[in-house]
Design a protein around this ligand. Structure first.
Ligand code: 6GU
Length: 245
């Protein structure tokens, strides 16, 4: 997968050299390129922002450098035939979730446009719809200063779903949100620690019983912490054993 990130703070994305994503880049599974928006300015001061028409607080990112940067990214796209997906991180976007991560993990070329200040001139976004599948995306209902931290989160969530990025693909199967529920609690040695014993069923060796216990824990946890998720879980996935907990 090819990933391009355009930002006025390319150093923010240095964390993508680390850990599993860094390893995937070294292995050639992920081709991540970070671009400094200011290299696409044409004035001496390398200006990327200006005051908003209509007034109001803060600054707005100018459309010209964005168009030049995104044109360069399209020109260098390895997917010449298809339109790359342009993700515009914004608190005004659709909320990112695991389903979206899976969807994006199936694409060949993702481009992230990191806005700062009060956002990017809307005409640049509209213009981009001519060459990209444009998707404004939010991490949740709070405000960040810019898209960079959101890109770190999204690239990690998407990247780890690409075959070959996570060493053991089985670890992707039983994790929070993979089935719409939160993950069950996990324990490791010692079996007794500071007066706390692990749940006895986990020592039983009865794999069916363990699986059933974990399923019940998933439902209890989800009901307590994220009741909103339960509405989306298919009624069909509820077995009588899940219900009686
Ligand atoms: Cl994706 N961007 C910004 N600037 N703020 C956010 C966000 C994204 N998601 C939540 N808050």
């Amino acid at each position: 997968m090819r990933i391009d990130v355009v930002s006025i703070f390319p150093e923010y994305l240095a964390a993508l050299d680390l850990s599993l994503i860094g390893k995937a880049r070294q292995d050639g599974v992920l081709d991540v390129r970070v671009h400094d928006l200011r290299t696409f300015t044409t004035d001496r001061h390398r200006t990327v922002d200006d005051t908003p028409y209509g007034g109001g607080a803060g600054m707005v990112m100018k459309p010209e450098p964005w168009a030049l940067a995104l044109e360069a990214v399209v020109a260098a796209s390895p997917t010449a035939a298809r339109r790359p997906t342009l993700i515009v991180p914004s608190p005004a976007g659709a909320v990112f979730n695991q389903a979206m991560a899976h969807e994006l993990a199936g694409l060949d070329h993702l481009v992230f446009a990191c806005g700062r200040y009060e956002g990017i001139d809307e005409r640049a976004i509209d213009w981009a719809r001519g060459q990209f599948d444009v998707r404004p995306v939010s991490l949740g209902d709070y405000v960040l200063n810019g898209g960079e931290v959101a890109v770190l989160a999204m690239v990690e969530a998407v990247g780890r779903l690409i075959p070959g990025v996570v060493g053991n693909p089985e670890s992707l199967v039983e994790e929070s949100h993979s089935d719409g529920l939160l993950e069950y609690p996990v324990y490791t040695k010692p079996s007794s620690w500071r007066g706390r014993d692990i749940p006895e069923v986990l020592l039983s060796g009865n794999h069916a019983k363990i699986a059933q216990w974990r399923r019940v824990e998933q439902f209890q946890r989800t009901a307590e912490r994220r009741p909103d998720l339960l509405a989306d879980v298919e009624a069909a996935t509820l077995s009588p054993a899940d219900m009686k907990a």
